[in-house]
Design a binder for this molecule. Structure first.
Ligand code: ATP
Length: 315
């Protein structure tokens, strides 16, 4: 078993008889950026809390870094870093004091603590801010500071429960830039929960969860391929002639109507140069529509991720 793997089998949790997680089975490989995606109340926080040993499962099994969360929760905690949904940073300390305090809690000696504090701050782009008061940091920097705290003891797995919730788009983008950089520099498994589709797109592997169950589990690209192909929408000087040319030269079937021509292709980025090369009529506009993760979720649950039922959305 490699150090950063996460495996669950039929993991379950009930709260006073109410089933919040209803038998989740997952395989996360070492070094993956894994996204656990689902709407509010789907069971994401409950699952991550069981994996981090903060909640005891009602049933099933979970191995984190090869250790069973029920058999040896202490050892699991030694091997993971965890950043909670709600900000926890103590605002009266400087960045260095805050990290040094947590390094002491992890039982690190003075020398090791100093080195790890500098390394963790550097990994999330906080180098040079050691003397800054935490309360003077921006929201995104505070969140990065919490991530640095989670890295101090060099865990094999970093759990992030909604790491960007409540942040503005620019702050969210900053967090993601640093998460990618972290992945680039450290071979660490990142398990994060999110209900943002664009964040899930940045993951190597995602599982979509709804009402306590996994409804889809694969790479974002593979999940979207299940939904269908790319669709190119063209407006040309003569759609009928264009459709005939695309069929004769490229073997592409298309449909046309009053608003233009629609062509289904496997990969629009590869097809468009060919389409433009063969067409002998003026092309006024080209638009590409790709299958989205929201459509994948809709396909499996009948609802979009923000909870809108199928009949209420037009895709
Ligand atoms: N301590 C608790 N006691 C009772 N029910 C709970 C408790 N914690 C969560 N729940 C319920 O369990 C279900 C799953 O909640 P959970 O917080 O795991 O979902 P989530 O996907 O993380 O949602 P969010 O994105 O809103 O955090 C919800 O119906 C929630 O109301």
């Amino acid at each position: 078993m490699r150090p950063g793997t996460i495996h669950t089998r039929s993991l379950r949790k009930s709260y006073q008889g109410m089933r919040a997680v209803c038998g989740i089975s997952l395989n996360v490989e070492a070094g993956e950026m894994f996204g656990f995606l689902g709407p509010n109340g789907a069971g994401k926080s409950t699952t991550i809390s069981m994996l981090c040993t903060l909640l005891r499962p009602s049933g099933g099994r979970a191995l984190v870094a090869g250790i069973d969360v029920r058999d040896d929760p202490k050892e699991v905690r030694r091997r993971i870093g965890l950043v909670f949904q709600e900000p926890t940073v103590d605002t009266d300390l400087t960045v260095r004091e805050y990290l040094a305090f947590h390094a002491t809690l992890y039982g690190l000696g003075k020398h090791d603590a100093r080195r790890r504090v500098a390394e963790a701050a550097d990994l999330v782009g906080l180098t040079g801010l050691g003397d800054s008061l935490v309360r003077k940091l921006s929201d995104s920097m505070r969140r990065l500071l919490e991530i640095a705290r989670g890295l101090l003891h060099e865990p094999g797995v970093l759990f992030l429960d909604e790491p960007t919730v409540g942040l503005n788009p620019q702050a969210r983008a900053e967090i993601w830039e640093h998460l990618r950089e972290l992945r680039h520099r450290r071979s660490i498994t990142v398990f994060l929960t999110t209900h943002y589709l664009e964040e899930a797109e940045s993951c190597d592997h995602i599982a979509m969860v709804d009402r306590g169950r996994v409804v889809a589990d694969d790479s974002p690209a593979a999940l979207k391929r299940l939904i269908g192909t790319d669709r190119i929408h063209l407006r040309t000087g003569d759609d009928q002639a264009a459709a005939a040319t695309l069929s004769d030269y490229l073997g592409l079937a298309s449909a046309w109507g009053p608003d233009g021509l629609y062509v289904e292709v496997t990969d629009a980025a590869t097809a468009i140069p060919w389409v433009c090369t063969v067409l002998r009529v003026p092309v006024h506009s080209i638009e590409v529509r790709r299958p989205s993760l929201d459509e994948v979720f809709l396909r499996y649950t009948g609802r979009t991720l923000d909870g809108v039922a199928r009949s209420e959305v037009s895709l």
